[in-house]
Design a protein around this ligand. Sequence first.
Ligand code: ADP
Ligand code: MG
Length: 666
Amino acid sequence: MGIEDAFSLVMHLPIRYIDETVVIPIRDIKIGTLSQVEAEVIRAEVLYKPKKMLLVRVKDASGTLQLRFLHFYPSQIKTFDVGNRIRILGEARHNLFACEMIHPQCKLIKENDVLPKSLTPIYYLVAGVGQKIIMNAMHTLFDQYDLKSYLKDLFPKTIYEKLGLPNLYESLKQIHYPKNFKEVKAHEAFTSAAYGRIIFDEFLAQQLSLRSNYLIRRKLTAIPLIAKNKLTQKFLNLLEFELTEAQKKVNQEIRTDLEKNYPMQRLLQGDVGSGKTVVATMAALQAIENGSQVAFMAPTEILAEQHYRKLLHWLSPLNIKVAWLTGSQSKKDREFSLNMAQSGEAPIVVGTHALFQEHVVFNKLGLSIIDEQHRFGVEQRLALRKKGALDKAIEPHQLMMSATPIPRTLSMSYFADLDVSVIDELPKGREAIVTKLFSEDRRDEILKRVHEVCHLGAQVYWVCPLIEESEVLQLQTAESTFLNMQSNFKDLKVGLVHGRMKLSEKQKVMSAFVSGDIQLLVATTVIEVGVDVPNATLMVIENAERMGLSQLHQLRGRVGRGSLKSTCILFYKKLSDIARQRLKVIFENTDGFIIAQEDLNIRGPGEFLGIRQSGVAMLRVANLNRDFKLLEEARNIADQLLEGYSEASYLHLKRWAAHANERVKV
Ligand code: ADP
Ligand code: MG
């Protein structure tokens, strides 16, 4: 059960409580609720028809009650000798003739037997570990072990007093042994002060851990990249559009960070299409102005390639060389790029995770930019940090980007080790995307629509179902869809792109789509990130019910990139409740932050965070939405505690680390 020490035992909190403190007369039993009575056995018999069962009739001064057992041991029967007094706890229901309880908990009443004084906690169990075992262990812990000093408060009392929270020992005692139902109600709603204390401490552990990492990194050295506004200004003059206010704001935040002599750790988030690439490019130029190199990484080859092209387009006029590095390029090309990186001849190197590899050496790496950071593992990010510049003691600045908007609750908690910038505005002139839901039987209608759109000169994405069980199957589906479309639309140019194609083929197809030579692109979800074709105005997503919210949002973001009205058709077969809920969210919302918040609500932080989860302790008791106030409090005080009470902070972390299943690694 993951219970390894006193702390993890005492943190095994009850999931509910039952009341064994009172007995009521049989007459007062309410059907369907748990009741406890004391009564005398007046009859007990084992029946064999229709099934073997034990029937017992008991009475007290107010009435009689029937007990029915379908499984029982011979030894149990002895409890029910006529005349015995027993205490019975169970849920009553109406039988044809009488009020009865099936399988109630029964106990022979001994002399001077007293009722428990507090409510009885019920614990989560696993096979082979029964309630009694946990209850006894808990009693031993509270009665015979010096739990009070073991759980002694580590930080000054005033911190907790200000928040109206009791000490840890008292809190846990109240939670395990509540006195009355009023207390229980508060515990079960997580609103009791006792629960508040546990939740606050858990948040605090998370904050202390993430913030200490943050503060440690602040002590590292980086090359200050002073904004000289030379290259950046030239770039802006040549740029085909004006920056949005939001882009200007985050650019300013990044600019200030880069000038520091410790490494920037900034997460830039903004919805699909909000224009993160320009902002990243401006950061790159600031580094280049200072004679530093930039590594620019993307999670897929398609996306990396697109960045590469965009940067070529933007930076060539400024006479800045861009090198290109991926796992699948020829040895010769690769060697060439590696040389450009090592000699410093290329101020900027774009690539996939190939950039993380050991033999990639930079001359003077000042900044690394990581697009779609959530797709990279913690380990990879670490590897890149270690790509020291001239000196191993110098760290590059890091700019991470994410198109999956991160709800505030998450960025305050799981991302507390990063500074966060948000682009909260889309460039002007974008038409809203219309989203439609179509069931399977309307396929013909959709096909007609595809045809029309293409004939009007626009382009269409057809996204094939995600088949998680088998990549081969997914490939087959994509290929057969492609063939179907080809025979369906003899007059249209249809293309296919999927993850298993060679890079060169993928590139050929993608550039044919970009140039408009392909009108209908059949694709697997590889197009999810980054692809930018403003003339594409219709997207059909097959089996949309299988996809996650953020994936759907990302996919849909591939259309509506130009000034033309765009439509996204979500095409579904069977809807489970959760799928219906997801599609409803996507149907009703276009704002990535709202979708992300809903996604978080549906899936919970563990699932939502995916890879990041592996690096950070999950919260067990605390809930980001419900306990937001306490999260804020913990966040506000964490840095202060780390500064002023470092020893206590360390002990607090140690106490809670054993309880957490994972620890922070970065
Ligand atoms: P994302 O944030 O999803 O990575 P991109 O950086 O790919 O978005 O930008 C999406 C598209 O919008 C690109 O074609 C980009 O050139 C364009 N764009 C970015 N900023 C602006 C702006 N301020 N005004 C107009 N178009 C912009
Ligand atoms: Mg992008």
